[in-house]
Design a protein around this ligand. Structure first.
Ligand code: GUN
Ligand code: ZN
Length: 434
């Protein structure tokens, strides 16, 4: 058992809709049990009283926050972070598909997977929803790397059977068989930290047969699903040409059983009211990826509106669509892109997303979007101790006189840099110490 004292930042459960509130306990503490579970959340004084004799690790005025959750990221694309120009479909063909093909090489896959997870925990990420390459062996290797890095993943082999170079395509049967074998090997491993997610890339690289089989397996076996939806105008036209029999992009997924309460849709920028109704009716969640939406010039999602409409939303770095693996940086961009939306819609402005709300989305929001909020996402007795220690005063400018809790939090989000993260802990185990 261990007592961690510091400035506790605790995202509170929302009572539905648009409420993303943080609780601050400036001289606070959490107590973590021997199996990595949270035993106490409150003031340091009360913790010392109740847990007399338990060793204390004191972080002073550094912030102790729940671990960051990246709800959408592509492991094999990490090397290309910040590389490339142009929009989604050209960028995929020019930069991304050739890079993903390199994961046929096991040694390369091993090295790249290790680096990916090492950097993620360094940046304070404790949970990730990951797309691997389309190779079964490289996905195995990625699970091994996640196991050793100690963080929590929902992860899967990217399934594609057309619309990309031959060397990264597989038949729909092989895609499903490989996914089932990987799920059998890894689901629940690492004391429950590793989970399998069926990962059909998007309707632009999955045949009707593959989508259908994915929907069927998800239904019979209860899998999570992750895919892309409504990201870029040229992509929308491409999907409409490929699936003329369907009323909308969302309807394609609906027709094949892809919309479930364990489905997370990345992007979801250009949705009609009917599409939103479909997503809501099936309780799908959204991975909001504002950095990628800008880097690939895809668009600006109406975040405030989507929150008000009651969608479960987490943040996704979408590396390498987004140029950084930092979820704090993504939180900054979520706030800023909500202002960009206002600039583009003068007369219909909505309250901009604050740094506090962004941090809420980056933690409890992400956990909710991945269906993991009964385990992680905030500090509650009985949840697993996934947390980070951050010192906002390490962000430049240092020695700021703005020390109100919300101001410290804003400086943390806006000053996002690797130096602010001092420690990353998953299930009570230190996975990174700066
Ligand atoms: N749509 C289909 N594949 C991808 C991808 O790898 N990245 C992004 N951003 N969008 C996609
Ligand atoms: Zn993506």
């Amino acid at each position: 058992m261990r007592l961690y004292s510091g400035f506790i930042v605790n995202p509170l459960e929302n009572t539905g809709g648009n409420v993303c509130v943080l609780e601050y306990i400036p001289e606070g503490a959490i107590v973590v049990g021997d199996y990595g579970q949270i035993e106490f959340v409150g003031t340091r004084i009360d913790a010392l009283h109740e847990f007399e004799g338990v060793p204390e690790e004191a972080f002073g005025d550094a912030m102790i926050l729940p671990g960051l959750v990246d709800t959408h990221v592509h492991l094999p694309q990490y090397e290309a972070a910040a590389i490339g120009t142009g929009e989604l479909l050209d960028w995929l063909n020019t930069y991304i598909f050739p890079l993903e093909a390199r994961f046929a090489d096991e040694e390369y896959a091993h090295l790249r997977s290790q680096r990916f997870f090492y950097d993620a925990v360094r940046l304070g990420t404790t949970t990730m929803s990951v797309y691997c390459s389309s190779h079964r062996r490289a996905t195995d290797i990625a699970f091994e790397a996640a196991f050793h890095a100690g963080l929590r993943v929902c992860m899967g082999k990217t399934m594609m059977d057309f619309g990309a170079p031959e060397n990264i395509l597989h038949s729909s049967e092989k895609n499903i068989a490989d996914s089932l074998a990987l799920a059998k090997a890894w689901s629940g491993a690492g004391s429950g930290r590793l989970l399998y997610t069926l990962t059909p890339r998007f309707a632009g690289s999955c045949s009707r047969e593959l989508l259908k089989q994915t929907g069927e397996v998800a239904r019979t076996e209860g899998f999570r699903i992750q895919t892309h939806l409504s990201e870029n105008p040229a992509e929308l036209r491409y999907i409409a040409e490929l699936f003329p029999e369907h009323a909308s992009y969302t309807d394609v997924y609906h027709a094949y059983g892809i919309l479930t309460d364990k489905t997370i849709m990345a992007h979801s920028i250009y949705l009609s009211p009917q599409e939103k109704m479909l997503l809501k009716a099936h309780h799908c969640s959204i991975a909001h990826c504002p950095c990628s939406n800008r880097f690939l010039q895809s668009g600006v999602m109406a975040l405030r509106q989507m929150l008000t409409e009651g969608f479960r939303i987490g943040l996704g770095t979408d590396v390498a669509g987004g140029p950084s693996l930092s979820v704090l940086n993504e939180a900054k961009e979520a706030a800023e892109s909500s202002k960009t939306w206002n600039i583009l819609h003068r007369g219909e402005e909505m309250p901009a997303i604050s740094a506090e709300e962004s941090l809420w989305l980056a933690t409890l929001g992400g956990a909710q979007a991945l269906g993991l909020d009964d385990i992680v996402g905030n500090f509650r007795v009985g949840k697993e101790a996934d947390f980070i220690v951050c010192q906002p005063d390490e962000a430049l400018p240092q020695h700021s006189s703005f020390q109100e809790p919300a101001q410290r939090l804003a400086r943390l989000v806006y000053g996002a840099s690797p130096n602010v993260v001092q420690k990353t802990v998953v299930q009570g185990k230190v996975v990174y110490a700066g």
